[in-house]
Design a protein around this ligand. Structure first.
Ligand code: SAM
Length: 313
């Protein structure tokens, strides 16, 4: 829909809504759905937000202003898009479901600085999208009520592609939000926590009950804010090797660190591996979930120095 909009216009104060409630009101959402004979696709994670206070918390967490850009993944019928249009100078919204494009086109009509794009976010060249959509914006945030079936791949793509983004504010399954924000030592701490915390500072914004959506998802949800760090949380010479060590350490959670990491060093070098871990002040019998990012970084550098890592990029 529409040509890429390169100029940053002032956010519009006009609401797309005829009764002042915005798209997210339950009655307006139902009306739009009825009018367009829209049927929800569970396979696309379609649970639309109908709670203004949750939307307002998402918008407040994103800290947008009239010079900012916002990328929304999965606008649905535009409940969040409408609020983004009011808060940001430029909005690009990627929607995979072709049936939603004419609806969005209609409801976003009062907001010319919103560009709806029919696309699968996972197949989109985001660097190019940034250049086309957000040139001239003072900062860009990703703000979305994510489709839960692809939460982790979307987050990982946003983090790994080194995009110039300020923060990510997203609705996800509560359990996934808790894993992203988890500290070492608990069951929820794992490779997702480390990947997220390497690049960002996570902050749980709010827990959201099923009743905030149409239809209600059968899991609890939460909004999480990931504030991008100026530089990664730990210094490593090779990120790919660091994440490979982390993945390997968590490959079998019940096993000790030494047992899991012997997959990298080779079984015949297990004694040497134990000595290396002790020299890093990490006891070999610890479980991966107890290690901090700093300890993982230390272990990675030591394994690399001893030629015990063989990672192809
Ligand atoms: N933002 C709307 C709201 O809050 O009411 C809808 C959120 S709904 C949870 C997720 C949306 O993501 C749906 O509109 C769905 O069609 C869309 N979607 C699913 N997979 C997608 C993908 N790979 N790329 C882009 N959009 C996707």
């Amino acid at each position: 829909m529409g040509k890429p909009n390169t100029s940053n216009r002032k956010p519009s104060n006009r609401s797309a809504n005829h009764d002042g409630d915005g798209i997210a009101s339950s009655s307006r959402t139902k009306e739009i759905i009825r009018k367009h004979h829209f049927t929800f696709k569970k396979s696309l994670g379609q649970n639309f937000l109908i709670d203004h206070s949750v939307l307002d918390q998402i918008i407040a967490a994103a800290e947008l202003d009239s010079t900012s850009g916002a990328l929304e993944v999965g606008p649905g019928i535009g409940a969040l898009t409408e609020k983004l249009a009011e808060a940001a100078g430029k909005v690009a919204a990627l929607e995979i479901d072709r049936r939603l494009i004419p609806i969005l086109s209609e409801v976003m009509e009062p907001h010319p600085h919103v560009n709806v794009i029919l696309a699968d976010v996972l197949k989109t060249d985001l660097k190019q999208l940034w250049a086309e959509q957000f040139t001239g914006c003072s900062k860009v945030s990703v703000v979305a009520n994510l489709p839960y079936y692809v939460t982790t791949p979307i987050i990982m793509k946003l983090l790994e592609e080194q995009l110039p983004l300020e923060n990510i504010v997203v609705m996800v399954q509560r359990e996934v939000a808790e894993r992203m924000a988890a500290s070492p030592g608990g069951k929820q701490f794992g490779s997702l926590s480390i990947a997220v915390q390497y690049y960002c500072e996570p902050e749980l914004v709010c827990v959201v009950p099923g009743g905030a959506f149409i239809p209600p998802p059968n899991v609890e949800s939460a909004v999480i804010k990931l504030k991008r760090r100026q530089k990664p949380a730990v210094d490593v010479t090779d990120e790919a090797k660091f994440f490979h060590v982390v993945q390997t350490a968590f490959s079998q959670r019940r096993k000790t660190l030494a047992n899991n990491l012997s997959a990298l060093s080779g079984k015949d070098r297990k004694g040497e591996l134990s000595e290396l871990l002790i020299a890093c002040e990490v006891q070999p019998e610890r479980r991966a979930e107890t290690l901090s990012l700093q300890e993982f970084a230390r272990v990675t550098e030591a394994l690399e120095a001893k030629g015990m890592l063989n990672v192809s990029h």
